[in-house]
Write a protein that binds this ligand. Structure first.
Ligand code: ATP
Ligand code: MG
Length: 352
C-alpha cells in the first residue's frame, strides 16, 4: 500500500494584534494531530494594517501568490481597523475574499452543554453571502435643494444567491437536523430579497442536484423576526442562509448567545479554497498580554479541516476544546478564568 505522500499546505496569516497570538496557538494544535492528517506544510504570510503602516502595503502580492499557488487552505488572524479612513489603505481580508473567490462566510454557533451527553441549547450555522449586497460599496452623495442625499446600491445576483444556497444545502445535508432557513426581507425589498429568496428556494429543484437535497427541510423567515426568535428560541435553527448584510448582523447576534467572541470560529469558503478566521478582531485592548482566548482560532482550524473533509481530525479538536470549556479550570479572563493563552493551548493539547 502506497503511503499518502501528498502534504496538506496551510498558509498562516496572523496579521494584526492578537492574531499574532492565536494563530501560532492554532498551529500547535494542528501539529499535534499527527497521523490523522497528511504531512503538514506551513507557509508564514504577511498582511495587515501594521504591515501597511510599516511598508505601505496591506496585502503583498507575494501573499496572494503563495496562497493561490502553494497552499490548500489558510488560517487568518485579525486585522485592525483604523478608526478613521486612511489614504491608500483597504482591508486585506476583504481583498483576500475577492482574490480567492471565498463567497461564503460560514459561522457555526454552538453552546457547549455542561453535560457531555447533553444536547447544546444552541447549535446552528450562519451561512452568509460574502461578495455582494450592500458590500459592493457603491455609494453616492448628491447635493439637493433640501440638503445632501446619500444613496447605496445593493446588488443581488442569481449566480451568487444560487451558489450560497447550494453551500447552505450541502452543510444542512451533513447535519442531523437537515434544515435550511432562508433569511430575507422580501416583504419590503421584493426585487432584491425576492430574488435571493426565490433563487435559494429553487436550489433543490436544479437539474444537476437531482434529488440530492430531498431530505433537507426548507423554512424561511423575515430578518427582524429571525433575530427575535434567535434570542427567544435558538433551538429552532439549524442552517441559516442570508444575504451579506443580514448575515453579518445575524452572525454577531448569534455569537452573543454563546458568550465570548473568543469562542466563535468561522471559515471563508469558495469552491476551491477555504480560509479559517476567528470571528473576533485584533483586540488592541489586550494585545501583548498573552491572555487572548485561542479557542476561536483553534475551532477555526477545525472548521477548515472539516471543510477539507478531514472530519475525524476536526472532531478531535472540537471534542478537546469542548472538554476544556466544560472542565472550566483552564480558561482565559474573557471566560472568567485566570489562565494565559499558552496554558489554554496546553490544556487542549493534553486532551488531544
Ligand atoms: P478590531 O478593530 O480589530 O475589530 P476591536 O477593538 O473591535 O478590534 P475585537 O477584537 O472585535 O476588538 O474585540 C472586542 C472585545 O472583545 C475586546 O474587548 C476584546 O478584548 C474582546 N476579545 C475579542 N477577541 C478576544 C479573544 N480572542 N480573547 C479575549 N478577548 C477577546
Ligand atoms: Mg471588532
Amino acid at each position: 500500500v502506497a503511503a499518502a505522500t501528498k502534504s496538506l499546505r496551510i498558509g498562516l496569516i496572523p496579521a494584526d494584534g492578537i492574531g499574532r497570538e492565536v494563530i501560532p496557538a492554532a498551529r500547535r494544535v494542528l501539529e499535534a494531530l499527527g497521523s490523522d492528517l497528511p504531512k503538514l506544510e506551513f507557509h508564514d504570510l504577511l498582511a495587515g494594517f501594521d504591515l501597511f503602516t510599516r511598508t505601505g502595503t496591506a496585502l503583498p502580492s507575494e501573499t496572494i501568490h503563495v496562497l493561490k499557488e502553494e497552499c490548500d487552505a489558510a488560517l487568518f488572524g485579525a486585522v485592525s481597523s483604523p478608526s478613521r479612513k486612511v489614504a491608500g489603505y483597504s482591508s486585506p481580508i476583504v481583498a483576500l475574499r475577492k482574490e480567492l473567490d471565498l463567497y461564503a462566510n460560514i459561522r457555526p454557533v454552538v453552546a457547549v452543554s455542561p453535560n457531555p451527553e447533553g444536547k447544546p441549547s444552541v447549535d446552528l450555522v450562519v451561512v452568509r453571502e460574502n461578495t455582494e449586497c450592500l458590500y459592493v460599496k457603491q455609494e453616492t452623495m448628491t447635493q439637493t435643494d433640501s440638503g445632501r442625499e446619500a444613496r447605496a446600491t445593493r446588488l443581488i445576483t442569481e449566480r451568487a444567491s444560487r451558489r450560497i444556497g447550494r453551500m447552505a444545502f450541502e452543510l444542512a445535508l451533513a447535519r442531523p437536523r437537515k434544515k435550511v432557513t432562508i433569511i430575507h426581507k422580501s416583504n419590503v425589498l421584493s426585487v432584491t430579497d425576492g430574488l435571493f429568496r426565490e433563487t435559494v428556494r429553487a436550489v433543490p429543484t436544479l437539474p444537476e442536484i437531482s434529488g440530492r437535497f430531498d431530505s433537507v427541510t426548507i423554512a424561511e423567515q423575515i430578518v427582524d423576526s429571525a433575530v427575535y426568535r434567535l434570542f427567544r428560541e435558538p433551538e429552532i435553527y439549524d442552517v441559516m442562509v442570508a444575504p451579506n448584510l443580514y448575515g453579518d448582523i445575524l452572525s454577531d447576534a448569534a455569537a452573543a448567545l454563546v458568550g465570548s467572541l473568543g469562542l466563535v470560529p468561522s471559515v471563508n469558503a469558495g469552491d476551491s479554497f477555504v480560509m479559517g478566521e476567528p470571528v473576533h478582531g485584533s483586540a488592541p485592548d489586550i494585545e501583548g498580554q498573552r491572555i487572548a482566548n485561542p479557542l476561536a482560532a483553534i475551532r477555526s482550524a477545525a472548521l477548515m479541516l472539516r471543510h477539507l473533509k478531514y472530519e475525524d481530525a476536526a472532531n478531535r479538536i472540537d471534542t478537546a476544546v469542548d472538554h476544556v470549556i466544560r472542565d472550566g479550570r483552564v480558561l482565559t479572563p474573557d471566560l472568567g478564568g485566570k489562565s494565559k493563552t499558552d496554558e489554554v493551548v496546553e490544556a487542549v493539547l493534553r486532551r488531544l
